[in-house]
Design a protein around this ligand. Structure first.
Ligand SMILES: Cc1cc2nc3c(=O)[nH]c(=O)nc-3n(C[C@H](O)[C@H](O)[C@H](O)COP(=O)(O)O)c2cc1C
Length: 197
């Protein structure tokens, strides 16, 4: 069984919806089990979470975009991961990332880059979103797959005056599911290749 963990923060529940979609996409791949690991606060004890992540074959990182970057709680997790980093415990695990914010743009790329750099510091193998941009022509619509046109990872947008039942949109959740599936398929193939080697 290939194990995929989705480790994420969500202050108000919107990014939680995106994380669930990533996990559902991953779990749709035969032979892959997906686990949601929600970061509750910057001051929590990260040791149990880090112990679980050491056993995962793939880790998908997720954070809301707050002030143009990953949230403080996510950053606390990232800094706590300096412990496994010391011994490169996550080296060669498969990685991916996602973010959600209030604006269509909202400086989400800055957050995705932070997630990518975190994975790179750990020596992980980053999986891009792998979708063409949607909603970028006269025929486009907000219902398109990858309507926000991201490529580093999955992007979602949620209205700031509504709860998680109204955002992320169905198209953003579909895009998140795609990322989960893609990371899971990559991890499964990577594991099979390691067994053969
Ligand atoms: C402290 C704070 C900073 C924010 N900064 C941004 C931002 O830089 N760009 C943006 O588009 N939205 C920003 N937002 C809006 C959130 O990204 C948006 O409400 C998101 O859906 C929250 O996700 P969550 O419910 O998972 O916490 C910010 C919200 C908060 C609370």
């Amino acid at each position: 069984m290939t194990k995929l963990a989705v480790v994420y923060h969500s202050g108000y529940g919107h990014t939680h919806e995106q994380a669930k979609a990533v996990a559902a996409g991953a779990a749709s791949v035969r032979g892959v089990e997906a686990e949601l690991l929600r970061i509750e606060s910057a001051s929590q004890d990260f040791a149990p979470m880090l112990a679980k992540l050491e056993k995962a074959d793939a880790i998908v990182f997720g954070s809301p975009t707050y002030m143009g970057s990953a949230s403080a709680a996510f950053k606390a997790f990232a800094e706590a991961s300096s412990k496994p980093w010391m011994n490169q415990k996550w080296r060669n695990k498969i990685a991916g990332g996602f973010t959600n914010s209030g604006s269509q743009g909202g400086d989400k790329d800055s957050t995705l880059m932070q997630l990518f750099v975190l994975a790179a510091q750990h020596g992980m193998m980053w999986v891009s979103l792998g979708l063409m941009p949607g909603n970028n022509s006269t025929k486009g619509s907000v219902e398109d797959f990858n309507r926000l046109g991201a490529s580093i990872g999955a992007a979602a947008q949620s209205p700031v005056d509504a709860g998680p039942e109204l955002g992320p949109s169905p198209s953003d959740k579909k895009t998140a599911e795609h990322l989960g599936r893609r990371v899971a398929e990559t991890a499964k193939q990577w594991n099979a290749a390691l067994v053969d080697a």
